[in-house]
Ligand binder design. Structure first.
Ligand SMILES: [Zn+2]
Length: 372
């Protein structure tokens, strides 16, 4: 059976993940914060509490950033691919950009608040509530757009991958049991930035979509190698992990908006008699931890994406052979009509080199064994 006539649907677990991690989790943290601010009227205690929450996030993302940095660094040095070597300079440039971005947002929100509320001596709880509410509404709006594009992508996927290929994968690779469907779809590679023009949705029940072009341009063996790369993603839970991070981004965004509003509203009034007290120290430490955490998170996500692709390649290479997979990856930019951006094609080059290198490593080990 080649064609599926019924309209495809996004797996229900995908919706569940999004609601839990992107809506309920930040909402729960937000409500806890607002409740605490409401119960304690002392600004110093309020900021102390917010600082403690932020320091926990900071510790978690510093740890994640460091381990991802270290792992990617090892891979990049192995093949001498300078472009993908993680660097601290990039990190600080990003940090400075973030400060500018948030200052801009701060002025905007400050303008709105002053327009709406004439009494500027308002409780911090109101500002916090406003920040969390705004960023949740914004996130909800972006989510709807993102989900709509996902659904329309799934709707283009009416044609199933050949039964022989699916049977081969199910029979020889038991890790693929979570993927219930393999279909060809109109995937635009540069827009999705998904390595092989393949994407998976879901958590326990995945749908795997492959670019329609691969149906025409790859033979069965090559298509299996590409699909096994996706099985590698599923096996490593890459999709679930990326949703878990999204919620933390929403929380960080809320707190960023909040600290900028306070900076512009409260501090501008105290300008004449500004002195260093516990309150301003707590405020400064809050700024520092919020910006550092979001920079660590951004770079962790970036490195994590690269690592995810490398690990999925390793999975597929273990099954079909590293050199075979390398030659398919090398062909990909030519197979897809839209030109790949420099970053994307050089990332493919990086992966090709890594795969070839892994074969060389293996040969070296074998040669040593023979020599001994
Ligand atoms: Zn991938």
């Amino acid at each position: 059976m080649m064609n599926i006539h019924s309209k495809s649907r996004l797996p229900i677990s995908d919706w569940g993940l999004i609601i839990i991690f992107v809506m309920i989790y930040p909402l729960a943290v937000g409500v806890t914060l607002v409740y605490f601010f409401y119960s304690y009227n002392d600004r110093t205690i309020q900021l102390l509490f917010l600082n403690i929450i932020m320091l926990i996030f900071l510790a978690v993302f510093l740890y994640l950033y460091r381990s991802a940095f270290h792992r990617l660094d090892i891979y990049a040095k192995k093949v001498d691919f300078y472009h993908f070597t993680p660097s601290l300079a990039d990190f600080f440039i990003h940090l400075i950009k973030q400060v500018y971005y948030v200052l801009f947002l701060g002025f905007l929100f400050n303008f709105i608040i002053e327009f709406l509320i004439s009494d500027s001596n308002i409780d911090l709880t109101v500002y916090l509530g406003f920040s969390i509410g705004t960023s949740l509404i914004l996130e909800g709006f972006f989510l709807v757009i993102r989900m709509r594009s996902k659904i329309s992508l799934i709707n283009t996927a009416q044609e199933s991958v050949k039964d022989d290929i699916i049977k081969d994968i199910n029979l020889n690779h038991p890790e693929s049991e979570k993927i219930s469907e393999y279909r060809f779809a109109d995937i635009q590679v540069p827009s999705l930035f998904l390595s092989a023009g393949v994407t998976t949705f879901g958590i326990n029940n995945y749908i795997c979509l492959v670019s329609r072009y691969f149906n025409w341009k790859l033979n069965d063996k090559e298509l299996i190698a590409v699909l096994l790369h996706e099985v590698g993603h599923v096996k490593n839970n890459h999709i679930r992990k990326s949703y878990m991070i999204l919620g933390t981004e929403v929380i960080l965004r809320s707190i960023r908006i909040f600290i900028v509003i306070i900076a512009l509203l409260v501090f501008s009034q105290q300008h004449e008699n500004f002195d260093i007290d516990l309150y301003s120290l707590l405020y400064l430490s809050l700024i520092l931890s919020v910006f550092l955490t979001s920079a660590f998170l951004t770079f962790f996500l970036k490195y994590r994406f690269f690592l995810g692709e490398i690990w999925a390649d390793e999975y597929s290479a273990n099954k079909v052979g590293a050199l075979e997979l390398a030659s398919i990856l090398r062909k990909l930019p030519k197979l897809i009509p839209s030109p790949l951006a420099y970053d994307q094609s050089s990332f493919l080059g990086f992966r090709v080199n890594l795969l070839r290198n892994s074969v060389k490593d293996l040969q070296d080990v074998n040669n040593q064994k023979i020599n001994q």
